[in-house]
Design a protein around this ligand. Structure first.
Ligand code: ARG
Length: 578
């Protein structure tokens, strides 16, 4: 049980014993640390129900708290606050237990199965910065939910089935000739990632300008979607080559998917789904297309009809998304599906979720949630572009920030550190800086990509937090032992640190409940700030008193362990030195 919950239970008991409802017994960290450590404001609310003065309620409740072993002080403060300060021994006892438990006494009580749909890369198109946020945020949500006890499946949901595929296949055939794409060996020889990178942009541009080319791409897409034949064979190779490359890119970011499924994985169940939508009377033909009306009078603006099949016979992004919900229900039976996708697809998800509701496609209790995110902007406030003005590829973006980190690292570390290690450190610090800078804001907000700011060792940044941790690592590596009895706090800074350490479950759960890693980032930063204060206030290795020295080392060890764990939940590593 969390420390604050233990206190809360005591206060609840006191409310009940004093004859009041326990629902008023909410304990928070004090916003007047000069007066007390914790407070309960419930007597003010209870006053209305019981038609009593808050002060009288508080005075009754406090009688049952005063003698408690946990509290150093339990006081009433007008007009009816309960001000609580815990005994150092009681707090220290908890901290000691925390330091001996792998999970820091946290037992996530969330249950159920979640699918996180994130990444969303498109096969044969390069990953771009828009996919970066999805990967970073989604990975973090996945890890956080898992830590709170949920069973979580992360699915990359590749874009591998639409017109884009027809375009790529068309371009490949043009370059190599169908006769050179007949065997798997030939295909693997010709279809390289370099080829894929240039083929799609060229073909889609061409198709935009030339109707005949577009018609051919559409024809190939239609043939491909039959699921057999040479186009399908070429498609399989494209998928394989592309997946291998994606795994490399995502791997560099520490993003790991449990499922490498895509839009195409529902190709076999779509015909049946479409038939059922028709026979249930939801879908009907309109101007050659098969559509479903999903809007109702209260929608303002109205939600446009859901197109199941286009007039040219092909299916759309929405069709595969709908079928994927069926597929996920059948294979994983989730309680919720969380889509970590750009805010600009808000309309798409609104329509999709409504369609599910109207057509009763999923069990009623299934929660569908669009965890939307904002745009990463350049310093000019517009969506981030390369210097040439194009959309920047993810790989280039990562290289840019790692380079930025390298410059800072090279200037900061001693010459003892060799070039290779500097590069390794820069990779960890650069990617950490990028993730921290991204996750710092609530996902729904736009933010400005600013390498200088992100890579700075000062302020609310990844490097600041990493550096705080690295410094502790270095001390601990020089300590004779990291085992030691943690003594009661030697002063306010340590007391604050202790209380802060016990508060982490609230950050984890706050982040989990709103799918918002920024809540956790904020906590990690605040913990690092207190850690740094502590570090500056107390000597550690040079402290002559052995008991004190050992206690301080053990305190640092606990803090480092917790920071390491929590940074792991947001996907940030800590280098050995920096
Ligand atoms: N591939 C899509 C894109 O690049 C994102 C997929 C998001 N997930 C989904 N189930 N629609 O925009």
């Amino acid at each position: 049980m969390s420390f604050r919950k233990i206190l809360n239970e005591k206060v609840k008991k006191a409310f009940i014993e004093a004859g009041f409802d326990e629902k008023y017994a909410i304990v928070t960290v004090s916003n007047r640390p000069d007066l007390c450590q914790y407070q309960c404001n419930g007597c003010m609310a209870a006053a209305k129900e019981y038609r009593m003065k808050p002060l009288d309620i508080a005075s009754k409740v406090i009688e049952f708290l005063a003698g408690d072993e946990a509290f150093e002080k339990a006081e009433v403060c007008p007009p009816g606050f309960l001000n609580l300060t815990v005994k150092d021994e009681f707090l220290t006892d908890y901290i000691t237990k925390m330091s001996k438990d792998k999970a820091f006494l946290y037992r996530g009580e969330n249950t159920g199965v979640s699918v996180i749909d994130y990444g969303g890369a498109n096969v044969a198109k390069s990953l771009h910065v828009g996919h970066l946020r999805s990967a970073i945020i989604g990975e973090s949500i996945k890890r956080i939910l898992r830590f709170t006890g949920k069973t979580v499946y992360g699915d990359v949901h590749l874009g591998d089935w639409g017109l884009q595929m027809g375009m790529v296949i068309c371009g490949i055939i043009e370059q190599f000739g169908l006769e050179n794409l007949q065997t798997e060996e030939d295909r693997l020889k010709n279809i390289t990632i370099k080829v894929l990178e240039t083929t799609y942009p060229a073909k889609s541009q061409e198709a935009k300008e030339n109707e005949d080319v577009m018609a051919e791409c559409k024809r190939i897409t239609f043939e491909l979607q039959k699921g057999e034949g040479i186009y399908f064979d070429i498609w399989k190779t494209v998928l394989e080559v592309s997946k291998n490359d994606l795994k490399k890119n995502y791997g560099r970011l520490g993003v790991e998917f449990d499922l490498w499924k895509g839009e195409s994985d529902v190709r076999d169940i779509m015909p049946e789904m479409i038939e059922k939508l028709k026979s249930d009377g939801y879908a009907y033909m309109d101007d050659g297309a098969l559509i479903i009306d999903v809007t109702n009078e209260t929608d303002n603006p109205p939600i446009p009809p859901f197109i199941v099949v286009k007039s040219d016979g092909s299916v759309l992004y929405s069709t595969t998304d709908l079928a994927t919900i069926i597929e996920r229900e059948e294979s994983l039976n989730p309680d919720e599906i969380i889509y970590v996708v750009d805010n600009r697809q808000g309309g798409h998800f609104k329509q999709l979720f409504r369609t599910v509701e109207v057509t009763k496609t999923a069990k009623e209790s299934l929660k569908l949630f669009h965890a939307g995110f904002g745009t990463m902007n350049g310093k000019d406030g517009k969506p981030f572009k390369t210097r040439q003005g194009g959309v920047m590829k993810l790989e280039d973006l990562i290289n840019t920030i790692v380079e930025g980190a390298y410059e800072k690292i090279a200037a900061a570390v001693s010459n003892e550190i060799g070039e290779d290690e500097k590069r390794e450190i820069a990779e960890i610090v650069g990617i950490g800086a990028l993730k921290f800078g991204d996750l710092l804001n609530h996902r729904s907000k736009d933010y400005v990509f600013d390498i200088d700011k992100f890579c700075s060792f000062e302020g609310k940044t990844g490097p600041y937090v990493q550096y705080s941790a690295v410094r502790i690592k270095s001390i601990l590596s020089k300590a004779e032992s990291t085992e030691g009895v943690i003594l009661p706090p030697e002063g306010d800074v340590q007391r604050d640190l202790f209380i802060m350490l016990t508060e982490f479950p609230y950050a984890v759960e706050g982040a989990a409940s709103d799918y918002a890693p920024n809540v956790l980032i904020e906590y990690i930063y605040n913990l690092s700030v207190i850690l740094n204060k502590y570090y500056h206030e107390y000597k550690v290795l040079s402290e002559a008193d052995e008991e004190k020295r050992r206690s301080r080392i053990a305190t640092l060890k606990l803090t480092l362990d917790l920071i390491t764990k929590l940074l792991g939940l947001v996907g940030i590593d800590i280098p050995e030195r920096m």
